[in-house]
Design a binder for this molecule. Structure first.
Ligand code: VAH
Length: 313
């Protein structure tokens, strides 16, 4: 059976939905800090877990006969800058607790998300290669670089079958983002529909690698279902979807909502965005396990607006 830790997060929620569709609701246990599940997680087993509590983790693994864990509990880039110590503790020790379950033979396979946040101001920004200068300047990015090497160490030393992708910013309509620098790319759609205008916390030229949630979920399930010998990288794979700046996204929205307006009021998150790449080279993921994205920016915008308008009525 499968356990998703951090299931109430932006990606976790949609992963649970996709995994329950694929394997049946009863085989996918959703977990997060809150005692009760959010609505989207209520159609199957749910347990309250703090990923820092290794005894609680083992208790749930045993009672549900868990063989695979998706470890998504973490502080994202913006929040971790506000709480550096918690960011380090949760992001590193949460990962360690799950890796130790595999090392000790309690589970067989782990998915752990890395991020384009592993890259920093000295990394080549365009078509950032799989192997290059890292030097992240955020707490979140530091924990992701360390986490990637930690995963590779567990794989090499203990044979731990842990797999990982470096998510770009993710855009989706079934869940809300929580504390990321790329969250503007979700908020803008809600504001465009509700108020016809959006004040962006990044500057208009802040180009970032982004991906539609269906592509992110596809990549996650593909890397987890690939035969182990195809997973040549046990740090984390670059994956990419689209890249855009806030003003390009705003223009694409205006094709559907002509009088939509955007204004810019950059805050500290603009500095984080400027330290990250603008586009990613994902050729190794394509070669090793057949990755390729389906969604263009135009399709993302029309699909987001269509679904959010339905929800808004
Ligand atoms: C964040 N959405 O903004 C996350 C992600 C690449 C961005 O890591 O922190």
């Amino acid at each position: 059976n499968i356990l998703v830790v951090g299931a109430a997060g932006q990606i976790g929620t949609e992963l649970v939905i996709a995994l329950r569709e694929q394997y049946g609701s009863d085989r996918v246990v959703a977990s997060d800090l809150n005692p009760k599940p959010i609505d989207a997680l209520a159609n199957g087993p749910y347990e309250s877990i703090n990923v820092l509590d290794k005894h609680r983790l083992l208790e749930v693994v045993k009672s549900y006969k868990i063989t695979e864990i998706y470890q998504l509990a973490a502080l994202l880039s913006a929040t971790a800058e506000q709480k550096p110590a918690l960011g380090w503790d949760l992001n590193m020790n949460g990962l360690s607790n799950v890796l130790d379950l595999a090392r000790d033979g309690h589970i067989k396979r782990i998915f752990w998300p890395s991020s384009i946040a592993v890259f920093g101001p000295h990394t080549p920004k365009v078509k950032t290669p799989q192997r290059t200068i890292m030097e992240p300047t955020t707490v979140y990015g530091i924990t992701k670089v360390a986490g990637e090497s930690w995963c590779e160490y567990y794989n090499k030393r203990y044979g731990t079958d842990v797999r990982s992708v470096r998510y770009p910013g993710i855009v989706g309509y079934k869940s809300n983002p929580g504390g990321g620098t790329t969250d503007y790319a979700v908020h803008i759609f809600h504001e465009a529909i509700k108020n016809g205008t959006y004040e962006c916390f990044l500057s208009e030229q802040a180009a970032l690698p982004m991906m539609y949630m269906p592509d992110a979920i596809k990549a996650t399930l593909e890397i987890m279902n690939a035969p182990s010998d195809q997973i040549k990288l046990r740090t984390s794979y670059n994956i990419s979807g689209v890249s855009f700046t806030p003003d390009v996204l705003a223009e694409a929205i205006k094709q559907h909502i002509p009088d939509f307006t955007i204004s810019y009021n950059p805050d500290y998150r603009d500095g984080i965005a400027k330290s990250w790449p603008s586009s990613i080279d994902d050729s190794m993921a394509r070669e090793d396990w057949g990755w390729k994205p389906d969604y263009s920016l135009e399709r993302i915008v029309s699909d987001m607006l269509e679904h959010l308008r339905e929800k808004a009525v």
